[in-house]
Write a protein that binds this ligand. Structure first.
Ligand code: NDP
Ligand code: 2IT
Length: 445
């Protein structure tokens, strides 16, 4: 049995019951055969056993009291996955689906993603099965304070630096950061995605969506093409989706569809982004509200249709894991879609990814395509350390450079290993090589 097969068998046995973690780690391990099966140094160093096992997984309870005086207890996690190249770095997710499998898959992906950025950041991720939907502002604040009352002892500006993810935006980061500062009596860059008046970086809010469009654009530029005139379908209508739409539109594309967990809108002549922002970011309402405001937009409930059935040139899944399945991939190919860029983490299942690759769709995996967010978090950390704030244009131009760098490294790795255009392989290999080298240099720890 090869080393990789041994590790896959070990994960399937030890981590049975963690489907998302098995899915994410298997995809990476399959890509590594090309390097690891040829060189016994990795097996001798137990490198893969160490890479797939988190350095630390913290599980804790979060008790809080709702406005009516009822006590609730949620389960929270922080996985400190890998610190070979820098302090643990990665977001925090609040969603009822959060469990150990999801946090571990996200932490594992983050480790390789952060390596691709070229910045000194290790991999981490956190979250809780708390659902912010329908909670009052005071309930969210009390929850965040209770969450941080435990988490604070595990994080620090040079140890572990959290940020936002699903269900965690500027509001939640504010409440968590406030409580951290109150406990430790220290104003440090322990969080990224902070507010602009208290250490946040200009451009961080936009960074993940913008970065996604920048990396796809880098690819298009190589073909003397661009976003102009392209029809774009985006899933999700949160932070990543909205700013991907904003950048795509500014480059001349028409975004014809967006979604939330209840359904999707199809707006043939292009969605009205101001209206989406008002509905989703300001009023925190459902997309049905958008359809009420725009009579020419068609709303379809999630149970009655798929956003991926809409014909488009470019599809950008920006909602959550496992939201683009094999039938969706077939539909995209059939309708002429040429590019899929993952704004979300692991939105595409493995068989769907294979189908897209086999049909010459340019496929940008999340660990490369959505790395603009954490890259700009890295830039926020640098600004905090030096106590300097850069202008929006400075940050944005650094983000463009980083995304072009990521494109070049995944493109070159794919070519180097004989699979030009396979950016899944390219991203996994380029990320792995960097982390593996750092781990080898630092001995068996
Ligand atoms: P938000 O909470 O801002 O938005 C999430 C969006 O996805 C909402 O429209 C939400 O709909 C939808 N969604 C969430 N869960 C589900 C689900 N189970 N089924 C269907 N739709 C769902 O999160 P972000 O935009 O920050 O994150 C989106 C994705 O991007 C995630 O995969 C995240 O890990 C990834 N990502 C985020 C980064 C960031 O900087 N924020 C950086 C890199 C990756 P609804 O409102 O109905 O729940
Ligand atoms: O998945 C991700 O890369 C994020 N949620 C952002 C992480 C970060 O630390 O900015």
């Amino acid at each position: 049995m090869s080393y990789i097969d041994k590790i896959i068998a070990q994960i399937e046995k030890k981590d049975a019951g963690q489907p998302e973690f098995i899915q994410a780690s298997k995809e990476v391990l399959e890509s590594l055969r090309i390097i690891v099966d040829k060189d016994s140094i990795y097996e001798k160093a137990g490198l893969l056993e160490r890479l797939i096992e988190p350095e630390r997984l913290i599980v804790f309870r979060v008790p809080w009291v709702d406005d009516a005086g009822n006590v609730h207890v949620n389960r929270a996690y922080r996985v400190q996955y890998n610190s070979a190249i820098g302090p643990y770095k990665g977001g925090i997710r609040f969603h009822p689906s959060v469990n150990q499998s999801i946090i571990k898959f996200l932490g594992f992906e983050q480790t390789l993603k952060n390596a691709l950025t070229g910045l000194p950041m290790g991999g981490g991720k956190g979250g809780c099965d708390f659902d912010p939907k329908g909670k009052t502002e005071n309930e969210v604040m009390r929850f965040c304070q209770s969450f941080m009352t435990e988490l604070y002892r595990h994080i620090g500006p040079d140890t572990d630096v959290p940020a936002g993810d699903i269900g965690v935006g500027a509001r939640e980061v504010g409440f968590m950061y406030g409580q951290y500062k109150r406990i430790v009596n220290n104003f440090t860059g322990v969080f990224t995605g902070k507010g602009l008046t208290w250490g946040g970086s200009l451009g961080r809010t936009e960074a993940t969506g913008y970065g996604l469009v920048y990396i796809v654009n880098e690819y298009l530029k190589g073909k003397d093409d661009g976003f102009k005139g392209k029809k774009v379908v985006i899933s999700g209508s949160g932070n990543v989706a909205i700013f991907a739409a904003q950048k795509a539109i500014s480059l001349g594309a028409t975004v014809i569809s967006m979604s939330d967990s209840n359904g999707f809108i199809f707006h043939k002549d292009g969605i009205n982004l101001d209206s989406i922002k008002e509905v989703k970011l300001v009023k925190r309402e459902r997309l049905t509200k958008y359809a009420e405001l725009h009579k020419d937009a068609v709303y379809t409930e999630a149970s009655k249709g798929r956003v991926w059935d809409i014909a488009c040139d470019i599809a950008l899944p920006c909602a959550t894991q496992n939201e683009l399945f094999i039938d969706d991939a077939k539909s995209l190919v059939k309708n002429g879609c040429k590019i899929v860029g993952e704004g979300a983490n692991m939105p595409t299942t493995m068989d769907a990814t294979d189908h897209l690759l086999q049909n010459n769709v340019a496929f940008f995996p999340g660990k490369a395509a959505n790395a603009g967010g954490v890259s700009t978090s890295g830039l926020e950390m640098s600004q905090n350390s030096t106590r300097i704030s850069w202008s929006f244009d400075e940050v944005d131009s650094k983000l463009k450079t980083i995304m072009a760098g990521i494109f070049n490294s995944i493109d070159s790795a794919a070519k180097e290993y004989g699979k030009p255009g396979n950016f899944v392989l390219g991203a996994n290999l380029a990320g792995f090589k960097k982390v593996a080298k750092a781990m080898m240099d630092q001995g068996v720890i």
